[in-house]
Every structure is written in C-alpha cells, then in structure tokens.
Design a protein around this ligand. Sequence first.
Ligand code: DC
Length: 219
Amino acid sequence: MIIAIDGPAGVGKSTVAKLLAARLGYLYLDTGALYRAVAWHILRHGIDPADREQVAASLPTLSIQMLFQNGAMRVLVNDADVTGELRTPEVTAAASVVSAIPAVREWLLPVQQQIGQRGSVVAEGRDIGTRIFPSAPVKFFLEADATVRAERRHRELVAAGHGGPMEKTYQDLSGRDERDRNRVVAPLVPAADARLIDTSLLQIDEVVEQMLAVVAAAS
Ligand code: DC
C-alpha cells in the first residue's frame, strides 16, 4: 500500500506524514528532501540553480541514496550524509528553482518509484498522487490558508535558528507556492481521486486521525 500526501509548503505535510507512517509502521518518504539534495549538489558545484542546461549537465555526476532508520530518512549525496544541511534558506530557495526543471524531475522519478516498490510507504511531496504514484490507493491533498502556513513555517525556522522577519517568510513561501502551482511539468494540483483536507483550523492529531480512518476504510 502506498499513501500519497501532497500539498503546498507549510501545510503540515511532513509532520502528519511522519506520524501517519509511524502509526502504520510504514516507511516515510520525504520527496522534498530529494529536490533539496539536488539543490545542495548544484550549489556545492557553484552552479546557478536557474541555469537549466548546467543543472541538467551536472546530474550524471550525482548519486543520491536514502537510508531509512527508525522512521527517519537520511540522504547521502555522492556518499556524504547531507541530511543536516538540506533545510537551510539557501538550499530551500535553490530547491524551489531546480524542482521546476524537467530534467531534474525526470531524473528523480525512478529514484522515488524504486522506493515505492518496497511497499508500505507514506510518500509526501507535490506530485505524488498525480505523477509519482498515480495508482496509490489512498491519496490526500492538504490545503491551508497562506497566512496560517507562513506562521507555521516561521515557527519552524525560528526553532531551527533560521528566524528572520515574518514578512520575509510569507514572501518566500508565496514565491515557492507560485512556482509549484504554475510550473509546466508536474504542477501542484490535487489528483482527481485525492481526498482534500483543509488543515487551517485542525490540530495535527485531528488530521492524522482523519487520515487513519480513510486508510482503515481502504484496507
Ligand atoms: O517539501 P519541501 O519544502 O521539502 O520541498 C522542497 C522543494 O521541492 C519545494 O520547493 C517543492 C519541491 N518539490 C517538488 O517540486 N515536488 C515534490 N514531490 C517535492 C518537493
């Protein structure tokens, strides 16, 4: 069984996906971390994330591995563990730009699908239900008011020591949203058979309980 969870930044996807995976004993696949790993690699090589040709040309020198340990995912780029470096503002901004490049999305497609073959996976991202696992039996699409999402993201950033003005967090999140929703390849849209959950006014546990009920009904 694959459970697909899509939605915009700050909607609570990672938090609920991790909890859901833990409750079900499934693997938690954070596909955003893969785009972040590509971004980390191209920044490391001094490549401009917006330079589509150079980014595409660097892909053959890249190898990404994911290790799953105690419910957490670690990401290795060319054998170096970069997990702790993937959530900086620089990598976040670059990941948003490289994720709109078709060659990057093509390259990451089999990487994600291979993990899906293990079965019992909760996969979280932007195009999981539409493109990566279109036949997943259970799909969720989370939404929330943009201000609520920016506040949540701001709290996370402050907790991680990357806090700045709230207004900047809002602008960054809106810019990323705009790119995710309007890109030509695999834009952020709910799959036709996805269940929509608006998390604006819900507690995390309430979202997880709703999801568990849907999974139970589908099993
Ligand atoms: O979920 P996240 O913030 O870690 O994702 C990082 C970037 O990767 C984000 O800008 C959107 C992009 N992304 C994507 O385009 N498709 C996915 N399946 C996952 C993430």
